[in-house]
Design a protein around this ligand. Structure first.
Ligand code: SAH
Length: 356
C-alpha cells in the first residue's frame, strides 16, 4: 500500500511537471485513484490558482430550444422521446434572459439547444448580432451541435466568440454505442477542428461513466485532449433519463468525475474547466467538490423558469425551479465555501503556448 502510494504520488508530480503522461501511466492513476485523489486535488487546485487565482467565472446558460433532430441514446431531448414537451424561445425572450443575466453580473452568454433546423443560420446570426449590439462587452458561446464549416464561419463573423461541442467520447467504437448510425464520430471531430481553424475558443468534453465506457477509454481521453488542445473541457457524470434506451444504466460516479477533473487540470493547466450542473445533480455539493478538484467555471441557468423543466437532458436536474437571481445567490454562497469567488468578467482563456 505504502509503495503504491509513492508510485501514484510520483506520477502526479511527473504530470504536474511535464503536463502529460503515457496511456499506461494515466490508466494506472485512474485504477488507483483511491490512494491518491487528495494529493491530485492539492496539485490541481494549486495549478488553477497559479493561473486564475481564486476567480471563478460564471456563464449564463440560455437553453433556447429543446427540439432536436438527433437521437443520441443517452439524451432526454432526443427526437424519439415523445414525452418531452417541446419549446422554442423567440429572439425577444432570449434577449430578456440576457438582460436579466447582465444585471446579475454575467458577461458570457451560452446559447445552447438541440439541433433544431427551425433556427436557420440567418436566425442564429440575427440573435448573435442583437446580443452583441446591446452587450458589446460580453462574450457569446454557442452550443448548438454539428454544423458546416460555412455556418460556423457565418456565426463567427456575426460575433460569436466561443463554441462548446463535447465530443462525448474519443473512441469511435464507443461513440457508435452512444449514437445512432446517422451520426458519425469523424464528423464530430471534424467540427471541432473546423471551429479551431475559425478562431473560436473551443470547448470539447465527455460524460464520465457513460454506458460501455471503460477506464481505458478515460485514459485515452486524456491523450486525446492533450493533442486537441481545447480551451475548455466540459465533463460531467452521465445520468440516466427515464425516457431513453439507457434508462436502466448506472449513472457516472462522483469520485471518478472529480479525479478526471484533477487530471485534466494538470494535463491542460490553462484550460477553462466547469463544475457542471450534472455534477451538482449527483451530489448536493458536487459543484463545490468540482472546484476543489481544479474546476474554475460554473454555468448557472438563465433560461426563463417556465421552460427550465423542459430542457431535461437527464433525470432530477437541479435548479429547474428557481429564478436566475436566486440561483446566482445560492451559487455565490456555495463557491465562497471553497475559498474562491465569482467574478464579473468575460472570463477568457488565459493562454499559454501549449494550448494555442
Ligand atoms: N445539441 C448540443 C447540446 C447538447 S446538450 C450538442 O450537440 O452539442 C449538452 C451536453 O449534455 C451534451 O453534450 C452531453 O454531453 C450532455 N448530456 C446529454 N445527456 C446527458 C445525460 N443523460 N447525462 C449527462 N449528460 C448529458
Amino acid at each position: 500500500m505504502q509503495k503504491q502510494h509513492t508510485v501514484t504520488n510520483n506520477l502526479i508530480d511527473k504530470l504536474r511537471r511535464e503536463k502529460e503522461l503515457t496511456f499506461e501511466e494515466y490508466l494506472f492513476l485512474i485504477k488507483n485513484r483511491d490512494s491518491c485523489s487528495e494529493y491530485l486535488f492539492k496539485n490541481s487546485t494549486e495549478v488553477r490558482r497559479e493561473i486564475y487565482g481564486n476567480d471563478i467565472y460564471i456563464r449564463g446558460l440560455i437553453e433556447f430550444t429543446n427540439f432536436c433532430k438527433n437521437d443520441c441514446l443517452y439524451c432526454g431531448i432526443r427526437r424519439s422521446n415523445k414525452n418531452a414537451e417541446r419549446y422554442r424561445l423567440t429572439k425577444e425572450e432570449i434577449l430578456l434572459s440576457a438582460d436579466e443575466g447582465y444585471n446579475l453580473g454575467f458577461r458570457t452568454f451560452v446559447l445552447q439547444g438541440g439541433e433544431d433546423n427551425y433556427y436557420t443560420d440567418d436566425k442564429i446570426e440575427d440573435i448573435i448580432k442583437s446580443i452583441k449590439y446591446k452587450y458589446p462587452d460580453c462574450a457569446i458561446t454557442l452550443s448548438i451541435g454539428e454544423k458546416s464549416y460555412e455556418s460556423y464561419k457565418k456565426f463567427k463573423l456575426a460575433g460569436a466568440d466561443r463554441y462548446l461541442l463535447r465530443h462525448e467520447t474519443c473512441n469511435k467504437y464507443h461513440y457508435e454505442k452512444l449514437h445512432t448510425k446517422e451520426m458519425s464520430f469523424e464528423n464530430r471531430i471534424n467540427c471541432l477542428k473546423n471551429l479551431k481553424k475559425l478562431g473560436y475558443q473551443v470547448g470539447a468534453g465527455f460524460m464520465v461513466g457513460s454506458p460501455y465506457q471503460t477506464e481505458e477509454n478515460l485514459a485515452e481521453e486524456l491523450i486525446f485532449l492533450k493533442n486537441l488542445k481545447p480551451h475548455m473541457v466540459g465533463i460531467g457524470p452521465f445520468i440516466s433519463h427515464k425516457d431513453t434506451p439507457f434508462k436502466n444504466k448506472q449513472s457516472g460516479k462522483l469520485d471518478l468525475t472529480l479525479f478526471m477533473l484533477g487530471l485534466i487540470r494538470l494535463t491542460l493547466p490553462n484550460v477553462l474547466l466547469p463544475a457542471t450542473t450534472a455534477l451538482g445533480t449527483i451530489d448536493p455539493e458536487g459543484r463545490e467538490k468540482g472546484i476543489k478538484a481544479g474546476a474554475n467555471v460554473v454555468m448557472p441557468n438563465l433560461s426563463p423558469v417556465s421552460v427550465r423543466k423542459k430542457y431535461m437532458l437527464y433525470d432530477n436536474k437541479i435548479c429547474t425551479g428557481d429564478e436566475s437571481a436566486q440561483c446566482i445567490k445560492c451559487l455565490e454562497g456555495r463557491i465562497k465555501t471553497t475559498g474562491c469567488n465569482i467574478v464579473i468578467a468575460r472570463g477568457d482563456y488565459k493562454g499559454g503556448n501549449e494550448n494555442d
